[in-house]
Design a protein around this ligand. Structure first.
Ligand SMILES: [Zn+2]
Ligand SMILES: [Zn+2]
Length: 347
Protein backbone atom coordinates (compact mmCIF):
# COMPACT_ATOMS: atom_id res chain seq x y z
CA UNK A 1 0.00 0.00 0.00
CA UNK A 2 2.74 2.45 1.04
CA UNK A 3 4.75 1.47 -2.08
CA UNK A 4 1.74 2.21 -4.30
CA UNK A 5 1.19 5.61 -2.69
CA UNK A 6 4.89 6.42 -3.07
CA UNK A 7 4.76 5.51 -6.76
CA UNK A 8 1.63 7.61 -7.35
CA UNK A 9 3.23 10.59 -5.60
CA UNK A 10 6.42 10.16 -7.62
CA UNK A 11 4.48 10.07 -10.92
CA UNK A 12 2.45 13.15 -9.93
CA UNK A 13 5.64 14.98 -8.98
CA UNK A 14 7.23 14.03 -12.31
CA UNK A 15 4.16 15.34 -14.20
CA UNK A 16 4.29 18.58 -12.21
CA UNK A 17 8.03 19.02 -12.93
CA UNK A 18 7.54 18.35 -16.68
CA UNK A 19 4.51 20.70 -16.73
CA UNK A 20 6.52 23.43 -15.00
CA UNK A 21 9.43 22.92 -17.43
CA UNK A 22 7.07 23.15 -20.47
CA UNK A 23 5.55 26.32 -19.02
CA UNK A 24 8.98 27.90 -18.63
CA UNK A 25 10.36 27.21 -22.14
CA UNK A 26 9.49 29.28 -25.25
CA UNK A 27 8.64 26.11 -27.21
CA UNK A 28 6.36 24.91 -24.41
CA UNK A 29 4.72 28.32 -24.10
CA UNK A 30 4.13 28.42 -27.89
CA UNK A 31 2.51 24.98 -27.84
CA UNK A 32 0.26 25.83 -24.88
CA UNK A 33 -0.75 29.16 -26.43
CA UNK A 34 -1.49 27.56 -29.80
CA UNK A 35 -3.76 25.05 -28.10
CA UNK A 36 -5.53 27.76 -26.12
CA UNK A 37 -6.17 30.05 -29.11
CA UNK A 38 -7.45 27.16 -31.21
CA UNK A 39 -10.03 26.46 -28.52
CA UNK A 40 -10.79 30.15 -28.07
CA UNK A 41 -10.98 31.23 -31.71
CA UNK A 42 -11.95 28.22 -33.78
CA UNK A 43 -14.13 25.79 -31.89
CA UNK A 44 -17.72 26.46 -30.96
CA UNK A 45 -19.69 24.24 -28.62
CA UNK A 46 -21.25 21.16 -30.24
CA UNK A 47 -24.93 21.65 -31.12
CA UNK A 48 -27.28 20.21 -28.49
CA UNK A 49 -29.37 17.07 -29.06
CA UNK A 50 -32.55 18.79 -27.97
CA UNK A 51 -33.40 22.00 -26.17
CA UNK A 52 -30.46 23.53 -24.33
CA UNK A 53 -30.58 26.48 -21.96
CA UNK A 54 -27.41 28.32 -20.93
CA UNK A 55 -27.44 31.00 -18.24
CA UNK A 56 -25.33 33.87 -19.64
CA UNK A 57 -26.33 36.26 -16.85
CA UNK A 58 -27.78 35.47 -13.43
CA UNK A 59 -27.43 38.84 -11.67
CA UNK A 60 -29.73 41.74 -10.93
CA UNK A 61 -28.44 45.32 -10.62
CA UNK A 62 -28.49 45.10 -6.81
CA UNK A 63 -25.00 43.95 -5.94
CA UNK A 64 -21.75 43.47 -7.74
CA UNK A 65 -20.05 40.21 -8.53
CA UNK A 66 -17.74 40.08 -11.57
CA UNK A 67 -18.53 36.36 -11.89
CA UNK A 68 -22.19 37.14 -12.53
CA UNK A 69 -23.37 39.01 -15.62
CA UNK A 70 -26.76 40.72 -15.71
CA UNK A 71 -29.87 39.03 -17.10
CA UNK A 72 -29.33 36.87 -20.16
CA UNK A 73 -30.53 33.39 -21.08
CA UNK A 74 -29.42 31.54 -24.23
CA UNK A 75 -31.74 28.93 -25.76
CA UNK A 76 -30.27 26.59 -28.36
CA UNK A 77 -31.58 23.75 -30.50
CA UNK A 78 -29.82 21.94 -33.34
CA UNK A 79 -31.46 24.40 -35.76
CA UNK A 80 -31.75 27.67 -33.83
CA UNK A 81 -30.15 29.96 -31.27
CA UNK A 82 -31.96 32.76 -29.46
CA UNK A 83 -31.05 35.06 -26.59
CA UNK A 84 -33.52 36.34 -24.02
CA UNK A 85 -32.22 39.73 -22.75
CA UNK A 86 -28.61 40.84 -23.03
CA UNK A 87 -27.51 42.31 -19.69
CA UNK A 88 -24.11 43.83 -18.96
CA UNK A 89 -21.16 41.40 -19.15
CA UNK A 90 -23.28 38.67 -20.78
CA UNK A 91 -21.09 38.61 -23.95
CA UNK A 92 -18.23 37.36 -21.74
CA UNK A 93 -20.32 34.35 -20.79
CA UNK A 94 -21.34 33.75 -24.44
CA UNK A 95 -17.65 33.61 -25.33
CA UNK A 96 -16.84 31.32 -22.39
CA UNK A 97 -19.67 28.97 -23.38
CA UNK A 98 -18.42 29.19 -27.00
CA UNK A 99 -21.93 29.89 -28.23
CA UNK A 100 -22.29 29.91 -32.03
CA UNK A 101 -22.74 33.67 -32.47
CA UNK A 102 -22.68 33.40 -36.28
CA UNK A 103 -25.98 31.56 -36.19
CA UNK A 104 -27.75 33.81 -33.68
CA UNK A 105 -31.34 33.99 -34.98
CA UNK A 106 -32.66 36.77 -32.77
CA UNK A 107 -32.87 38.43 -29.38
CA UNK A 108 -36.08 38.60 -27.33
CA UNK A 109 -36.27 41.47 -24.83
CA UNK A 110 -38.51 41.12 -21.79
CA UNK A 111 -38.51 44.89 -21.06
CA UNK A 112 -36.19 47.85 -21.40
CA UNK A 113 -34.56 48.21 -17.99
CA UNK A 114 -30.86 48.82 -18.59
CA UNK A 115 -29.80 45.56 -16.91
CA UNK A 116 -31.61 43.66 -19.69
CA UNK A 117 -30.44 45.55 -22.77
CA UNK A 118 -27.01 47.05 -21.99
CA UNK A 119 -24.98 44.54 -24.02
CA UNK A 120 -27.19 44.50 -27.10
CA UNK A 121 -24.67 46.49 -29.21
CA UNK A 122 -21.86 44.05 -28.34
CA UNK A 123 -24.07 41.04 -29.13
CA UNK A 124 -24.93 42.65 -32.46
CA UNK A 125 -21.30 43.42 -33.27
CA UNK A 126 -19.93 40.05 -32.13
CA UNK A 127 -22.45 38.05 -34.16
CA UNK A 128 -21.87 40.25 -37.25
CA UNK A 129 -18.09 39.91 -37.00
CA UNK A 130 -18.41 36.16 -36.52
CA UNK A 131 -20.40 35.71 -39.71
CA UNK A 132 -24.11 36.51 -39.30
CA UNK A 133 -25.26 37.50 -42.81
CA UNK A 134 -28.67 39.12 -42.10
CA UNK A 135 -29.69 41.97 -39.83
CA UNK A 136 -30.13 40.84 -36.21
CA UNK A 137 -33.83 40.80 -35.34
CA UNK A 138 -34.66 42.09 -31.86
CA UNK A 139 -38.15 41.23 -30.61
CA UNK A 140 -39.77 43.10 -27.78
CA UNK A 141 -42.86 44.80 -26.40
CA UNK A 142 -44.05 48.17 -27.78
CA UNK A 143 -41.18 50.64 -27.57
CA UNK A 144 -38.60 48.22 -28.98
CA UNK A 145 -38.50 50.29 -32.20
CA UNK A 146 -37.28 53.36 -30.24
CA UNK A 147 -34.68 51.38 -28.31
CA UNK A 148 -33.25 49.80 -31.47
CA UNK A 149 -33.37 53.06 -33.44
CA UNK A 150 -31.34 54.67 -30.65
CA UNK A 151 -28.71 51.91 -30.51
CA UNK A 152 -28.44 51.85 -34.32
CA UNK A 153 -27.90 55.61 -34.40
CA UNK A 154 -25.32 55.57 -31.58
CA UNK A 155 -23.30 52.82 -33.23
CA UNK A 156 -23.59 54.11 -36.81
CA UNK A 157 -20.01 55.54 -36.90
CA UNK A 158 -18.64 52.28 -35.44
CA UNK A 159 -20.29 50.24 -38.21
CA UNK A 160 -18.89 52.62 -40.82
CA UNK A 161 -15.30 52.26 -39.53
CA UNK A 162 -15.54 48.49 -39.49
CA UNK A 163 -16.93 48.12 -43.00
CA UNK A 164 -14.30 50.55 -44.31
CA UNK A 165 -11.54 48.61 -42.55
CA UNK A 166 -12.54 44.97 -43.21
CA UNK A 167 -14.56 45.31 -46.43
CA UNK A 168 -18.23 44.87 -47.27
CA UNK A 169 -17.69 41.25 -48.36
CA UNK A 170 -16.55 40.31 -44.84
CA UNK A 171 -19.02 42.57 -43.01
CA UNK A 172 -22.12 43.01 -45.18
CA UNK A 173 -23.35 46.55 -44.34
CA UNK A 174 -27.02 45.51 -44.42
CA UNK A 175 -26.38 43.09 -41.54
CA UNK A 176 -24.86 45.85 -39.36
CA UNK A 177 -27.92 47.68 -37.99
CA UNK A 178 -30.41 45.71 -35.90
CA UNK A 179 -34.07 45.29 -36.94
CA UNK A 180 -36.75 45.86 -34.30
CA UNK A 181 -39.76 43.54 -34.31
CA UNK A 182 -42.61 44.78 -32.10
CA UNK A 183 -44.67 41.91 -30.74
CA UNK A 184 -47.43 43.55 -28.73
CA UNK A 185 -47.97 43.38 -25.00
CA UNK A 186 -50.44 40.49 -24.58
CA UNK A 187 -50.37 36.70 -24.98
CA UNK A 188 -49.16 35.90 -28.47
CA UNK A 189 -46.93 33.72 -30.58
CA UNK A 190 -43.76 35.74 -31.16
CA UNK A 191 -41.88 33.32 -33.42
CA UNK A 192 -42.70 29.94 -34.91
CA UNK A 193 -41.54 27.29 -37.34
CA UNK A 194 -42.36 23.58 -37.69
CA UNK A 195 -40.43 22.55 -34.57
CA UNK A 196 -40.12 25.59 -32.34
CA UNK A 197 -42.55 28.15 -30.95
CA UNK A 198 -41.76 31.22 -28.84
CA UNK A 199 -44.82 32.49 -26.98
CA UNK A 200 -44.84 35.86 -25.21
CA UNK A 201 -47.05 36.63 -22.23
CA UNK A 202 -47.52 39.68 -19.99
CA UNK A 203 -45.95 39.82 -16.52
CA UNK A 204 -46.19 42.36 -13.65
CA UNK A 205 -43.20 44.63 -13.13
CA UNK A 206 -44.97 47.93 -12.35
CA UNK A 207 -44.24 50.69 -13.17
CA UNK A 208 -42.55 49.00 -16.14
CA UNK A 209 -45.36 48.57 -18.62
CA UNK A 210 -45.45 46.43 -20.65
CA UNK A 211 -43.11 43.68 -19.48
CA UNK A 212 -43.09 40.22 -21.03
CA UNK A 213 -42.08 36.68 -20.19
CA UNK A 214 -41.44 34.02 -22.84
CA UNK A 215 -42.08 30.31 -23.27
CA UNK A 216 -40.10 28.25 -25.77
CA UNK A 217 -41.52 24.92 -26.95
CA UNK A 218 -39.22 22.73 -29.03
CA UNK A 219 -40.66 19.37 -30.10
CA UNK A 220 -41.70 17.80 -26.76
CA UNK A 221 -39.55 20.03 -24.47
CA UNK A 222 -40.14 23.48 -23.02
CA UNK A 223 -38.60 26.32 -21.02
CA UNK A 224 -40.21 29.44 -19.56
CA UNK A 225 -38.24 32.64 -18.87
CA UNK A 226 -39.92 35.08 -16.51
CA UNK A 227 -38.06 38.33 -17.13
CA UNK A 228 -38.68 40.66 -14.18
CA UNK A 229 -41.96 40.13 -12.37
CA UNK A 230 -43.68 39.47 -9.10
CA UNK A 231 -45.38 36.07 -8.83
CA UNK A 232 -48.23 36.42 -11.27
CA UNK A 233 -51.10 34.30 -12.63
CA UNK A 234 -50.34 34.98 -16.30
CA UNK A 235 -46.91 33.42 -15.91
CA UNK A 236 -48.09 30.29 -14.16
CA UNK A 237 -50.83 29.84 -16.78
CA UNK A 238 -48.20 30.13 -19.53
CA UNK A 239 -45.84 27.81 -17.62
CA UNK A 240 -48.35 24.95 -17.30
CA UNK A 241 -46.55 21.64 -17.68
CA UNK A 242 -43.22 23.26 -18.63
CA UNK A 243 -40.00 21.29 -18.17
CA UNK A 244 -38.03 24.23 -16.85
CA UNK A 245 -38.98 27.61 -15.38
CA UNK A 246 -36.28 30.24 -14.93
CA UNK A 247 -37.77 32.82 -12.60
CA UNK A 248 -36.63 36.19 -11.26
CA UNK A 249 -36.20 35.86 -7.46
CA UNK A 250 -35.76 38.21 -4.52
CA UNK A 251 -34.53 36.94 -1.16
CA UNK A 252 -35.87 38.73 1.91
CA UNK A 253 -33.50 36.64 4.04
CA UNK A 254 -30.63 38.37 2.30
CA UNK A 255 -32.19 41.74 1.56
CA UNK A 256 -33.79 42.66 4.91
CA UNK A 257 -30.55 42.72 6.95
CA UNK A 258 -28.89 44.71 4.14
CA UNK A 259 -31.64 47.34 4.27
CA UNK A 260 -31.33 47.47 8.03
CA UNK A 261 -27.54 47.92 7.82
CA UNK A 262 -27.84 50.61 5.12
CA UNK A 263 -30.40 52.70 7.05
CA UNK A 264 -27.80 54.19 9.36
CA UNK A 265 -25.03 55.14 6.93
CA UNK A 266 -26.48 54.91 3.42
CA UNK A 267 -30.13 56.00 3.49
CA UNK A 268 -30.37 56.43 -0.32
CA UNK A 269 -29.29 52.82 -0.80
CA UNK A 270 -31.75 51.68 1.88
CA UNK A 271 -34.54 53.48 0.02
CA UNK A 272 -33.62 51.90 -3.34
CA UNK A 273 -33.34 48.45 -1.77
CA UNK A 274 -36.76 48.89 -0.19
CA UNK A 275 -38.28 50.08 -3.49
CA UNK A 276 -37.27 46.91 -5.37
CA UNK A 277 -39.26 44.65 -3.05
CA UNK A 278 -42.58 45.32 -4.78
CA UNK A 279 -41.48 44.50 -8.33
CA UNK A 280 -39.55 41.25 -8.06
CA UNK A 281 -40.84 37.85 -6.98
CA UNK A 282 -40.30 36.83 -3.35
CA UNK A 283 -38.26 33.62 -3.62
CA UNK A 284 -40.59 31.92 -1.14
CA UNK A 285 -43.73 32.67 -3.18
CA UNK A 286 -42.89 30.58 -6.23
CA UNK A 287 -42.27 26.92 -5.39
CA UNK A 288 -45.84 26.03 -4.48
CA UNK A 289 -47.26 27.80 -7.52
CA UNK A 290 -44.69 26.21 -9.86
CA UNK A 291 -45.59 22.78 -8.47
CA UNK A 292 -49.32 23.48 -8.92
CA UNK A 293 -48.66 24.53 -12.55
CA UNK A 294 -46.89 21.23 -13.23
CA UNK A 295 -43.45 22.80 -13.75
CA UNK A 296 -40.86 20.03 -13.55
CA UNK A 297 -37.76 22.05 -12.67
CA UNK A 298 -37.73 25.45 -11.02
CA UNK A 299 -34.57 27.55 -11.23
CA UNK A 300 -33.92 31.09 -9.95
CA UNK A 301 -31.98 33.71 -11.87
CA UNK A 302 -31.89 37.54 -11.81
CA UNK A 303 -31.05 37.16 -8.13
CA UNK A 304 -32.01 40.15 -5.96
CA UNK A 305 -29.72 40.93 -4.25
CA UNK A 306 -26.78 39.27 -5.99
CA UNK A 307 -25.26 36.80 -3.50
CA UNK A 308 -21.56 37.77 -3.47
CA UNK A 309 -20.22 34.52 -2.04
CA UNK A 310 -21.08 30.96 -0.93
CA UNK A 311 -22.31 32.14 2.48
CA UNK A 312 -24.77 34.57 0.88
CA UNK A 313 -25.93 31.83 -1.51
CA UNK A 314 -26.70 29.67 1.54
CA UNK A 315 -28.81 32.48 2.97
CA UNK A 316 -30.57 32.93 -0.39
CA UNK A 317 -31.37 29.21 -0.49
CA UNK A 318 -32.57 29.06 3.13
CA UNK A 319 -36.15 27.82 3.36
CA UNK A 320 -36.23 26.78 -0.30
CA UNK A 321 -36.63 23.22 -1.55
CA UNK A 322 -33.31 21.48 -2.29
CA UNK A 323 -34.80 20.76 -5.76
CA UNK A 324 -34.90 24.46 -6.64
CA UNK A 325 -31.74 25.45 -8.50
CA UNK A 326 -30.13 28.78 -7.64
CA UNK A 327 -28.27 29.35 -10.87
CA UNK A 328 -24.84 30.77 -11.45
CA UNK A 329 -23.55 32.07 -14.77
CA UNK A 330 -22.93 29.21 -17.21
CA UNK A 331 -25.35 26.85 -15.48
CA UNK A 332 -26.61 24.70 -18.37
CA UNK A 333 -29.81 22.68 -18.68
CA UNK A 334 -30.04 19.98 -21.35
CA UNK A 335 -33.51 18.76 -22.29
CA UNK A 336 -33.06 15.96 -24.83
CA UNK A 337 -36.06 15.35 -27.08
CA UNK A 338 -38.00 12.08 -26.79
CA UNK A 339 -37.08 11.98 -23.10
CA UNK A 340 -38.17 13.50 -19.81
CA UNK A 341 -34.60 13.96 -18.59
CA UNK A 342 -33.52 17.34 -17.29
CA UNK A 343 -29.74 17.35 -17.13
CA UNK A 344 -28.45 20.15 -14.93
CA UNK A 345 -24.78 21.07 -15.37
CA UNK A 346 -23.42 23.38 -12.70
CA UNK A 347 -20.52 25.58 -13.92
ZN1 LIG B 1 -36.63 45.23 -14.62
ZN1 LIG C 1 -33.84 43.38 -14.10
Amino acid sequence: MIRTVTWVLAVLLLIAVIGFAVYQTPAGQDALFERAVTTMLVRTAAPPEGLQVVVCGSASPLGNDPDRAQACIAVLTPEHFFLFDTGARSPLRMAEARLPMDRLDGVFLTHFHSDHIASLPDVNLNSWVQGRRDSLRVYGPPGVEDVIRGFNLAYSPDRGYRVAHHGADLLPPAAGPMTAVGIGSGDQIAWQDDLLTVTAFPVRHDPVEPALGYRVDYRDRSVVISGDTVATDSLFTAAAGADLLLHDALSRTLLDPMIEAARAGAPRLARIMTDVIDYHADSRSLEERARAAGVRQLAYYHLVPVPPNALAEKLFARGLSPDTVLVRDLHTFDLPTGSTDILVHAP
